[in-house]
Ligand binder design. Structure first.
Ligand code: MOS
Length: 764
């Protein structure tokens, strides 16, 4: 099946079988390791508690930091009394803007290739307050408890200035156009409003999603030490290279003078980038002349590390009698802080999911005095797919068409807003597989048709989608030893996704060596490459880097050791790794072992480095992972309580490289979508902008008992234009899920919730 699909893809686009310009024969030829459900190579060390996280590196003479947070949203510090804290037991120093070392502004994300900071505000350089919760003092003590106690003794007063802390006030101050990664968030094709008005069938509704916070199980933490002008960080990071570069800018030193390692990360999701705490820990360490550990409390994460911003969205769809969309309107606004580079781009799904006669898609922004928001799993798609996919469901019901059938009638055969061909898209097949497995045929078209005792029962579905990204700057180093042992070094990240495992599978398959011969090392800014664990792009970015490094390795092996072997005169792309050596492609008898090639080269080992080809594939092709989410939900007819009883995700994400880790990625994303649908909401006091629920007591995420059985399946059809045929899988699970849940709740009880989370008060 896989080989036939790949063959067909190549026939359809013979000149374009190129991930960034390099042919990838591995997937077409197939291999037992590709797709195998290999357990995490780091699994045992994690469950034994032997995996060190950022706050578990004990350094000699280390002091512990605690932060004092501002209690106003905007203004100036009037008085700052640190005497009592400084006199408290065990306190080494109290750092404020008055004694902090000079720190240059940390570049804001997207402004430069390695920028990763949420804002570009000064850190402890003046008395200005920009959000409620901004750090105003750092207490350093011999123990964490002493630091926490002393922090309670710091007294701060403020000159308050007028602040914008409610959405209504922000709107009154003005709405501006928004952009994402430098691209305006504005697409207009035809006259969508006129087409909408002229359509015989239409929906036109407003949807809202609240501000959401990151709640990775591992708190943001950093352990830092200076050695002269060299800065060393153990960080919880999904961007080690970015963090090293950014801190070098902040402290005015060379990039190579900063080394950031992050071998294990307890969850990332976009939040484990660069925030004030790393900068403050490094500054305090410099000031105190000793190593420092700064672990944010759970409250601290809410005050210091940004999450997802709120959205107000309008989706309007006009349709002809046959269900074909004549107009697709998706507009609305997001809230941003005055220093902020990330407008939540909620129109992304509408750009590529449906063909329509006309489009009007735009995101605008208002500014509020609050912590800068940032990436949070599928920024844009998570909340945009909620609004869009609920609207499609509403239209389907209005027209009396099955919602899957309505989507099928609007399935585009090329990107509907750019005209680019899809690299590979099998969403209709994903729906077919998912519907069959889920038992969609049992669904009642109308709500309140199924009841068991007090519970109304319903089914809903929605489309999931996330773009394929591969950012530039990928590179990898590979060392091959005589006994066919291989070491891969790449400045990438393992946050629980299975990165090292999947890459080891790929490298073992490409080299033709056993899986246990391959060690993938990562999480170190001193290693090659600038690879963000974000945008669901790590697998492709590392994959392309490894392809480039192996190309260099094969070239060197042939050049240095190929003479006198059956491989003499062959070019790197004429050979393949097989059974501990290289062979001529398609001729396993014409071969030489790695041991022989290295011996002839007079080497014990060969080390090479490769730079990934520029990511041109996404310029030529419209590349998106897609999927179909199905939900069965219950609503209590007496209390309104919602319960999700079944979830199923059927995904089309190209070749699945490890069935076990992929299933976990999909499930994890869907659980986060479940939280978004039913529970999560950051509450900010509109009077003063203070986050009111900065804890897992008050900010609810799904617990084990809230999570139903989740089935996942996939088409497994390789994308001919992605390295290893694989598009991203890390973020797509959260997309579509909230809509599927809300559509199922509607199908159960007949109440349509358009404002997340769908809590019981909204369902009765
Ligand atoms: Mo993901 S929001 O790019 O970590």
């Amino acid at each position: 099946g896989v080989q036939a699909a790949m063959q067909k893809a190549v026939e359809m686009a013979p000149d374009a079988f190129i991930p960034g310009g390099i042919p990838d024969p591995l997937i077409a030829e197939g291999h037992a390791l590709i797709g195998a459900p290999v357990s995490r190579v780091d699994g045992a060390v994690k469950v034994r508690g032997a995996a060190p996280f950022a706050a578990e590196f004990a350094l000699d003479g280390m002091a512990y930091a605690a932060l004092v947070y501002s209690t106003i949203a905007r203004g100036r510090i009037a008085t700052l009394d640190t005497a009592a804290a400084e006199a408290a037991p065990g306190v080494a120093l109290v750092m404020t803007y008055r004694n902090a070392p000079r720190i240059k502004p940390v570049p804001m994300i997207f402004t430069q290739p390695k920028a990763a900071h949420g804002d570009d505000l000064p850190v402890f350089q003046d008395d200005a307050i920009h959000w409620n919760g901004q750090p105003v003092a750092l207490v350093l003590a011999e123990t964490q408890e002493q630091a926490e106690y002393a922090k309670s003794l710091v007294r701060v007063t403020y000159h308050e200035e007028p602040a914008t802390t409610s959405v209504a006030a922000a709107k009154a101050r003005g709405i501006e156009a928004a952009a994402f990664m430098g691209e305006p968030l504005d697409v207009r094709i035809g006259d969508a409003e006129a087409a909408l008005a002229a359509s015989p069938h239409r929906v036109d509704a407003a949807y809202g999603t609240p501000r959401l916070n990151h709640n990775a199980i591992e708190l943001h933490a950093v352990t830092v030490a200076w050695d002269g002008e060299e800065l060393r960080l153990h960080d919880a990071s999904q961007a080690v290279a970015h963090t090293a570069w950014s801190l070098a800018q902040a402290f005015g030193i060379e990039e190579k003078q900063v080394r950031v390692t992050s071998p294990f990360v307890g969850g990332g999701f976009g939040g484990k980038l660069l925030w004030q705490h790393q900068v403050l820990a490094a500054a305090a360490s410099k000031l105190a002349g000793r190593p420092v550990r700064l672990m944010l409390s759970r409250e601290g994460v809410y005050r210091v590390a940004g999450g997802r911003t709120l959205t107000e969205q309008r989706v309007a769809i006009g349709a002809a009698d046959d269900g074909r969309f004549t107009a697709l309107v998706h507009t609305g606004m997001v809230a941003m802080s005055p220093h902020n580079g990330l407008a939540e781009p909620f129109i992304m799904p509408a750009k590529s999911l449906y063909s329509a006669g006309s489009f009007k898609l735009s995101v605008e922004a208002v500014r509020m005095n609050m912590l800068a928001n940032t990436f949070m799993r599928a920024p844009g798609e998570a909340v945009g797919s909620f609004a869009l996919e609920c609207a499609v469901d509403e239209l389907a019901e209005r027209m009396g068409i099955d919602p899957i059938e309505l989507r099928r009638r609007n399935e585009p055969d090329q990107d509907p807003t750019t005209g680019a061909p899809f690299s590979s898209r099998h969403l209709v097949e994903a729906y077919r597989m998912g519907a069959e497995r889920f038992g969609w045929a049992q669904r009642q078209a109308r709500p309140r048709m199924r009841r068991e005792g007090e519970w109304w029962i319903g089914m809903g579905c929605a489309t999931a989608t996330y773009p394929y990204y591969r950012m530039g700057g990928g590179a990898a180093r590979i060392t091959l030893k005589r006994e066919a042992r291989v070491r891969v070094e790449v400045a990438a990240h393992e946050m629980g996704m299975g990165t090292a495992t999947v890459q080891a599978q790929l490298v073992a398959a490409r080299l033709g060596v056993p899986l246990e011969n391959v060690t993938v090392t990562y999480g170190d800014s001193a290693m090659p490459g600038t690879i963000l664990a974000g945008g669901s792009q790590q697998t492709a970015a590392i994959g392309a880097s490894v392809i480039a490094a192996l190309r260099a390795l094969f070239t060197d092996l042939l050049r240095l050791g190929g003479h006198g072997t059956p491989l003499d005169g062959l070019h790197f792309d004429e050979v393949r790794g097989l059974e501990g050596g290289l062979c001529k492609a398609g001729d396993g008898l014409r071969r030489a072992s790695y041991a022989e090639l290295l011996a002839r080269a007079g080497r014990d080992e060969l080390q090479v480095e490769g730079q990934a080809a520029p990511p041109l594939e996404a310029r030529h092709w419209s590349m998106h992972s897609t999927g179909a989410i199905f939900c069965e939900a219950r609503v209590n007819a007496v209390t309104g309580e919602p319960r999700v009883t079944r979830l199923l995700g059927s995904f089309d994400c190209g070749r699945i490289l490890n069935a076990k880790t992929a299933a976990s990625q999909f499930r994890g994303g869907m659980i986060m979508g479940l939280g978004m649908a039913l529970m999560e909401k950051t509450l900010s006091d509109p009077r003063n902008g203070r986050v009111m629920n900065p804890s897992l007591w008050d900010y609810h995420v799904p617990s084990h008992l809230d999570v139903p059985p989740i089935e996942v399946l996939w088409t497994d059809l390789p994308d001919p234009h992605a390295p290893a045929g694989a598009r991203g899988i890390g973020e797509i699970g959260i997309t579509g899920t909230a809509a599927a849940v809300v559509n199922a709740l509607y199908n159960a009880c007949g109440t349509r919730v358009r404002d997340l989370p769908a809590t019981l008060d909204k369902l009765l």
